[in-house]
Design a protein around this ligand. Structure first.
Ligand code: SAM
Length: 311
């Protein structure tokens, strides 16, 4: 079945009495080369010689799911819209290695879900990836859930997380510190992943076409805080506490973008402590959060520990 043919998409939706739901961000891919490329790019980050599973968020009518099922040994797809389940049963009838679960991804207990669907594959030395054409309204929460569901003291358990996102968000994720696009999510993601921007996708590739352009990006987990911070604590408990502090500094530092760090951190960190830490790091006293990379936030957190008084 040509799941990216607009006439097929319309006929399937009509057959099951459905319409694309705006509230669930339903814009279905109607260019066959895009889901095929996303699936191949995603699979290229997982070792070829080990069993590989992939978690998909929001399969829609199954266009990307079918491509993932060709590339991967196993697919588990989470779809919030119960109405799509009978349709997906039909479109994925030939994909015996793909399971669809009706759930809101944001409400899933992620580690238990992964254990249930991929536990045996992982215990045989298999690998896991994440892939999704994400509804724009939950892009950042989905990313932060994927990242924050796992301890900082271990690398994330994914070979890659590949997403179709709003172009603006892709630019933000791939931005360098100090640039106009750089934001809190850039720094938070950089604590755990490197970002690869893959390709831009115009609205005409979706049914219905969204108002904004999109892009495919890959978040490739690295060794975590221990990789980007040579002074990271060696103990797991200490690293968890330290990382939580860095996350808090990032959140505060970007909370009020126009404020200097000295003022933005003030609700939690006395000005004299921030001033001493900035000086110890060789940073200007009037620097703003958006100038600091994830590694700079780590350096600042260490310097604050030394000056001894972070709240
Ligand atoms: N993967 C399909 C494609 O590429 O054509 C559909 C992508 S569409 C942009 C987003 C999909 O995510 C929709 O099927 C929507 O129902 C689903 N979705 C939205 N919010 C969700 C959530 N919280 N949990 C799981 N699925 C969700």
């Amino acid at each position: 079945m040509e799941l990216t043919n607009p006439a097929v998409v319309r006929a399937l939706l009509e057959k099951y009495g459905l319409q694309p739901k705006k509230g669930f961000g339903q814009n279905f891919l109607v260019n066959p080369s895009i889901p095929a490329h996303i699936a191949a790019y995603s699979r290229s980050h997982a070792p070829a010689d080990r069993p590989a599973g992939v978690l998909e968020i929001g399969p829609g009518i199954g266009a990307l799911t079918a491509c993932l099922a060709e590339e991967y040994d196993r697919v588990a797809a989470v779809e919030i819209d119960r109405g799509l389940l009978p349709l997906l049963e039909e479109t994925l009838a030939d994909c015996g290695n793909a399971a669809v679960v009706n759930a809101d991804f944001m409400k899933l207990d992620l580690p238990s879900f992964l254990d249930e669907h991929f536990g045996d594959l992982l215990s045989e030395g298999g690998t896991l990836s994440v892939c999704a054409n994400l509804p724009y309204y939950i892009t950042s929460p989905v990313m932060m859930k994927l990242i924050e569901s796992f301890p900082f003291s271990r690398p994330l358990p994914f070979s890659s997380m590949v997403f179709m996102v709003q172009l603006e968000v892709a630019r933000r994720l791939a931005a360098q510190a100090g640039s106009a696009d750089y934001g809190a999510i850039t720094a938070s993601v950089a604590l755990r992943c490197t970002v690869e921007k893959f390709t831009d996708v115009s609205p005409g590739n979706f049914l219905p076409p969204p108002k904004v352009s999109s892009a495919v990006i890959g978040l490739i987990p690295h060794g975590g805080v221990r990789e980007i911070d040579p002074m990271a604590p060696s103990g797991d408990t200490e690293l968890e506490l330290f990382s939580a502090r860095v996350e808090e500094l990032i959140a505060l530092g970007f909370g009020q973008r126009r404020k200097t760090l000295l003022n933005a951190l003030q609700p939690k960190v006395p000005k004299d402590v921030t001033a001493a830490a900035l000086e110890a790091c060789g940073m200007r006293a009037d620097i703003r959060g958006e100038k600091l990379s994830a590694a700079d936030f780590c350096r600042l957190a260490h310097a604050m520990e030394k000056t001894g008084a972070e709240s």
